[in-house]
Design a protein around this ligand. Structure first.
Ligand code: ZN
Length: 164
């Protein structure tokens, strides 16, 4: 086997372990997981069929590096709900900064700042503060923080805006 072929094989055989059953996940495409959803049909996912848990891969990753841990139905629901509150929060921060700086603000930077804020309140290292890495308990905790402390921030942003 050529060195390149060897590297290709070794890169393909790097499945993440399913956190629910401790068995290696299987690489599939969206066509297998989401019947009828053309927009994700060509994308790759690591899937554990018995646990119905999966995770997407980084675009253009030759090793199909997963974007986080595998998530089962309950975790996927919690992640969606987390995004429902967290995204509102960081986008409000972005709008506020844009207003202050006259349109010069970076959405991605604001998202990072929001994650730093969240990490502080969750008492975890910023390196591990990413929804893709959260387990169910962390996801619920993060959502709660965004709902309570985050809403206080939103209120503050709002009253600031009203003063102008
Ligand atoms: Zn599993």
């Amino acid at each position: 086997m050529s060195l390149q072929a060897c590297a290709a094989v070794s890169m393909q055989h790097n499945p993440p372990i399913c956190p629910y059953c401790d068995k290696p996940a299987r690489l599939v495409t969206g066509a297998r997981l989401f019947v009828g959803r053309e927009n994700v049909a060509h994308k790759h996912f690591w899937w554990c069929e018995p646990c119905d848990a999966y995770v997407g891969c980084y675009e253009n990753s030759p090793t199909h590096k997963p974007v986080g841990r595998l998530a089962d139905t309950a975790l996927r629901k919690a992640k969606r709900e987390f995004h429902g509150v967290f995204d509102i929060l960081y986008l409000a921060g972005f709008e506020r900064l844009s207003r202050i700086r006259g349109g010069r603000a970076n959405k991605q930077d604001c998202r990072s700042v929001a994650y730093k804020w969240l990490a502080t309140h969750m008492g975890i290292d910023i390196r591990y503060c990413n929804v893709g890495a959260f387990d169910l308990e962390q996801c619920l905790k993060a959502k709660k923080i965004c709902e309570t402390l985050g809403n206080e921030l939103l209120h503050k942003f709002q009253t600031e805006g009203d003063r102008k």
